[in-house]
Design a protein. Structure first.
Length: 187
């Protein structure tokens, strides 16, 4: 990502135009998700997923290109009485954080080469949790551009070596989303 991308996201977080609250669909899978260990929230933004994971008992590293989003995440975590570590990172230019992680989450950030790296950094018994908008969104909306949208079954196909616990592509309100939970088998 470029300086312009960082500035765009910083500006968006300053307006308050970002998702808030727990990712409700994950609550249906709480028994499948780790409740201790290390978690990585990729493209964490304002920290809603990070905070959800920290409340579950995970030690969370939240990474994002936007320092403004990360500041919001730290503030929201403090308000919730949980701690998260934050790190400003550009994953198109910097190396992936060193794993393994018991859970890796990635919501609404598509960098195609990143998903196999995330899967390879999951500890045995750990999970990848992801939610991405798909190209089907273009049937109803012009944004985001195709670059940021997952192809049909892209998330599913990027999880080589992981056991898929849940996968669905469907319209959710006005967005077509792919949602995935996959686990690395115990060794």
């Amino acid at each position: 990502m470029s300086k312009a991308d960082r500035e765009k996201w910083d500006a968006r977080y300053r307006t308050g135009d970002y998702p808030k609250g727990d990712p409700a669909w994950l609550q249906h899978f709480e028994d499948e998700l780790p409740s201790s260990g290390r978690a990585l929230d990729v493209a964490s933004g304002s920290g809603r997923v990070s905070i959800y994971l920290a409340r579950r008992g995970l030690e969370v590293l939240a990474i994002d290109i936007s320092p403004v989003g990360l500041a919001l995440a730290r503030e929201a975590a403090a308000d919730e009485g949980v701690r998260i570590e934050t790190r400003a990172m550009d994953l198109e230019r910097e190396p992936f954080p060193e794993g393994p992680f018991d859970l890796v989450a990635c919501f609404h950030y598509r960098q195609r080469a990143l998903f196999p790296i995330m899967a390879s950094n999951v500890a045995p018994g750990g999970c990848v949790v992801a939610e991405l908008a798909t190209v089907k969104n273009l049937e109803r909306q012009q944004k985001p551009s195709r670059r940021w949208l997952a192809e049909p079954n892209e998330l599913l196909e990027s999880c080589g070596g992981l056991e898929v616990l849940y996968y669905r592509e469907a319209w959710v309100a006005d967005r077509h989303l792919a949602r995935l939970i996959a686990r690395r088998p115990d060794e």
